[in-house]
Design a protein around this ligand. Sequence first.
Ligand SMILES: [Zn+2]
Length: 117
Amino acid sequence: MADLFDNKILCKDCDRVMTKGFCIKDGFKIRFLQCPKCHSRTFHPVDKKEYDDFNEIKKKEWNVKLRMVGNSYAVSIPREIIEFEEQFQREMNNIIRMTLEEPTKLSLFLTKRKLIK
Ligand SMILES: [Zn+2]
């Protein structure tokens, strides 16, 4: 499918052809078009939506119960977290990497997605 940004898009103020660029925010690559004259930016709608969706989820906090399952403890991961990570959904039998980051903080790593820094 052709990408919107493959078209020549003009800056609405300067009437100049905008050039492609990208920035990295929290590991997300966000493409944009930038006017060479006034430097105003138009972000790619797909990239911007993914980043906005991430920020909506990031704001949330869940309280989940710890349950005993055999000799282990189990917690439920809210569906919207799993559904956000599409790659993780596709590989449902994934092994989740887990580390005790601080005495009271447990980190789960859902995918092998490479965060861009
Ligand atoms: Zn401009």
